[in-house]
Design a protein around this ligand. Structure first.
Ligand SMILES: Nc1nc2c(ncn2[C@@H]2O[C@H](COP(=O)(O)OP(=O)(O)O)[C@@H](O)[C@H]2O)c(=O)[nH]1
Ligand SMILES: [Mg+2]
Length: 388
């Protein structure tokens, strides 16, 4: 299998580092090929779960002078690499990063990026619109980028895709957030844009894609569980799981988008079935009582409730992810409602109680000065991240 190189370029603060981390996932590492030739250090990253290396180019931003210097640095670096004749150092695809929040700057940014990468004029380009938090603006921004790209010196056919991305969960307030978006699409589009010789084969990319989707899914589950912790801590009698409905609903919908479950009536039925398990089912109620009855707990009621709420959301998320994964790979269909219900229920009854007991147990050991809710959220996120 080949291993292509992606050059990532864009202004400082635009989200390049965050994007690279999101694409390469937890096993990201600095590639041996990293160079600091010509006084310009360019970091090259790779990971076993993605079929290409990523080169973090120098930031292209700031003053006019700084911009010129950055442009020159990238050009010099590329000339160096072109001269040494090492095909491993070819640039196969370029990601132009522009920020979704600053439309005014998109034109200037695209012009700069195009100029800075002149030596790779025939290399395929993917424009990544970073920080695309406002879902309603995504289509409009894509159109704006396409229009502006046509005015750069590049040929239109070199623009392979324009992808709005949310690389990391964006927290609007304690209980609402914008889920990661666009990462698996970016990986697929990049692989697609690679020259034949370095492109990963169909099966490889499918399994890469599944692994990366799972990593994104876990970050959505963790953010939702943290929201569940905040809601669970409110001083209301936490007698049933209904107060978690909005969070679970946002969670299940975000995962459905991630796994391409669709929005038709069959999909709605499936999502409804899963949400019932999380809120009104006997499985949910039994799990709550079991966790409340864990012996020897010495924490405030609000903290215990927060831990239970967060754990329930995490269990629903993990179960939903597994359901959607099996559908995504074609082993199951969205009509297999009984199977889906059983899978999510079993997460709630077995895993949740085991997991929740562990977390509640660890809480007694949290130091008195620490914020107990932060500690709860941290423990739950850790547990989610450590799953295989
Ligand atoms: N929540 C969230 N923050 C982001 C995202 N992209 C960038 N940021 C934030 O924006 C800032 C700059 O991002 P960074 O990746 O360092 O930009 P770089 O200079 O282009 O590498 C950091 O504080 C990031 O956490 C995103 O998708 N979600
Ligand atoms: Mg950076």
């Amino acid at each position: 299998m080949g291993f292509g190189n992606v050059l990532v370029i864009g202004s400082s603060g635009i989200g390049k580092t965050t994007l690279i981390k999101a694409v390469l996932g937890p096993d990201m590492r600095i590639a041996p090929a990293t160079s600091s030739k010509g006084g310009q250090r360019l970091e090259i990253y790779e990971s076993l779960s993605v079929p290409f290396r990523i080169i973090d180019a120098h930031d292209m931003g700031g003053s006019f002078l700084a911009r010129q210097l950055s442009i020159r640095a990238v050009k010099n670096w590329s000339k160096d690499n072109a001269l040494d004749g090492n095909a491993d150092n070819d640039i196969n695809v370029i990601w132009f990063c522009v920020e979704g929040k600053s439309r005014k700057l998109i034109r200037q940014q695209l012009a700069d990026l195009s100029r800075a990468t002149d030596v790779w004029r025939s290399v395929p380009v993917i424009v990544v619109i970073t920080k695309s938090y406002a879902a309603t603006e995504r289509e409009e921004n894509i159109a704006l980028v396409r229009e502006q790209f046509a005015r750069t010196r590049r040929r239109a056919e070199n623009l392979k895709a324009v992808i709005p991305v949310v690389a990391d969960t964006y927290q609007l307030d304690e209980t609402t957030f914008v889920a990661p978006e666009g990462i698996p699409e970016l990986i697929a589009a990049t692989n697609e844009a690679m020259p034949e010789g370095v492109r990963a084969a169909g099966e490889d990319i499918a399994s890469f894609s599944l692994k990366r989707r799972r990593a994104v899914a876990r970050s959505i589950v963790a953010a939702s569980a943290t929201a569940g912790v905040a809601v669970g801590a409110v001083p209301l009698p936490f007698s049933d799981a209904l107060i978690l409905t909005p969070i679970e609903s946002a969670l299940v919908n975000a995962l459905a988008t991630l796994y391409g479950i669709g929005k038709g009536s069959a999909a709605k039925k499936l999502l409804g079935t899963i949400l019932e398990v999380g809120t009104v089912s006997t499985a949910a109620k039994a799990a709550i009582s079991a966790l409340k009855a864990v012996p020897g707990i010495n924490v405030a009621a609000s903290v215990l409730n927060a831990a239970i709420a967060g754990s329930i959301v995490a269990a629903i998320g993990e179960g939903t992810m597994r359901v959607f994964e099996r559908i995504y790979v074609g082993e199951k269909t969205i009509d297999d409602l009984d199977w889906a219900r059983e899978l999510v229920e079993s997460r709630l009854s077995k895993e949740l109680v085991a997991q929740g007991t562990k977390i509640v147990g660890k809480l007694s050991g949290v130091s008195a000065g620490a914020d107990p809710l932060k500690a709860v959220a941290g423990l739950i996120s850790e547990a989610i991240a450590s799953k295989q």
